[in-house]
Design a protein around this ligand. Structure first.
Ligand SMILES: [Zn+2]
Length: 220
């Protein structure tokens, strides 16, 4: 732990982004998860969420509005992986969830190669550090390349995702928390949950960093 703190102090000097707000990118005094006071005031939390088929309970950290939106876009598309700390901050596992592991929504091999990391896996690892619940990346794979979904309707997304995921029989009897960066229509989480249950998952929950209003985003 002491070594970690020392490394973070070194990183703060070497990588000045640690002195910048993780949401607005301005130089500022930031709180313990990297956000300036102005942005902290603007963050919106997620009240009630509609159910997703096959998902026992869904929880999202923040609404996908500024400043969370800007942070997620640069985390996902501009390689700003250090923003995971802020984005995962409000991803808290409810006490009543009976979970054995967390499963990040997988990327296709091509997308993973192009991006260099799976943003949902990075978030899952952050949540795992806080909750002690292990991350399993071997239980669910994306077996089919799917089109980018940002401009699709709910129905188009559903069709686009058919047979895109493949789960392992090791899911049998497990309680699984699906982790994703953003929930939009819920089509991705629904398809993943269906596949995990087909392979014996007993309980499936979903936890995401952000929640977009139903419809189109620039981000899926
Ligand atoms: Zn800020």
């Amino acid at each position: 732990m002491r070594v970690n703190r020392f490394l973070k102090a070194v990183a703060d000097v070497v990588f000045p982004q640690h002195l910048k707000c993780h949401a607005c990118n301005k130089e500022a005094i930031v709180n313990d998860y990297g956000i300036c006071a102005e942005c902290e005031q603007k963050l919106k939390y997620v009240p009630q969420l509609p159910a997703i088929k096959g998902v026992d309970e869904l929880k999202c950290g923040m609404l996908y509005t500024e400043p969370a939106r800007m942070a997620l876009v640069s985390f996902k598309f501009n390689g700003a992986v250090y923003k995971k700390e802020f984005l995962a901050h409000f991803m808290c596992v409810p006490e009543n969830w009976n979970a054995d592991c967390m499963v990040p929504v997988p990327l296709s091999a091509n997308r993973l190669k192009e991006r260099g990391y799976n943003q949902s896996e990075l978030l899952a690892k952050e949540v795992s550090q806080k909750s002690g619940i292990p991350v399993r990346c071997d239980l669910l794979a994306r077996i089919r390349e799917t089109e980018k979904q940002s401009l699709m309707t709910r129905e188009e997304r559903s069709n686009n995702l058919k047979k895109a995921f493949s789960a392992s029989d090791d899911c049998n009897g497990l309680g699984i928390i699906l982790i994703d960066d953003i929930k939009t229509t819920g089509a991705t989480l629904e398809e993943c949950a269906k596949e995990l249950r087909k392979h014996g998952a007993d309980r499936v929950y979903a936890l995401t960093a952000c929640c977009a209003a139903e419809g189109k985003t620039d981000n899926e």
